[in-house]
Design a protein. Sequence first.
Length: 181
Amino acid sequence: MPKTTLWWNGPSLASPSAYYYLVAGSLVLSLFLCRALVRSPFGKALMAIRENERKFSVLGQDPRRFKLTVFVIAAVFAGLAGSLFAPFRGFASPEVMFWVLSGQALMMVIIGGIGTLIGPVLGAMVFMLIQEVLSSYTEQWMLFTGAIFVLMVIFLPGGVVGAFRTWVEGRTAPVPAREQG
């Protein structure tokens, strides 16, 4: 699957830098769209469903309609990712539907921070860094990656983003006034 032009007589995507900018731009645009979606009334309804679906139903709303809509939105983003991944690899293969890749994607989300928009991006960066470093030292890199993942889940339950937020809150917490005796 060759990298061709972006549109008819448009810029060529054959160079790695052009393709990089296309993917980076798609990532930034997707993050902005997701942020707008989360902050919209639709996003607030999804948060209400996540917190208490029964209460949402009692208020007269049908959560199935919202769930179906968010499933379709997720499928659009998955299709975008697939359409960017196939030209990157040069071919489309059923190999990418193997359950291990789904597990790696889930690990990336957990490492970055569940419930955040930037967390999965940071988690993917951390996961890929760990994978690249460990695979250069040993063929058993998956075993060590799993051990690091378990340690991160135990010691950083909020992921990288949660740890960063805790660190920032700890640094900006007001210092209590000293008692006078």
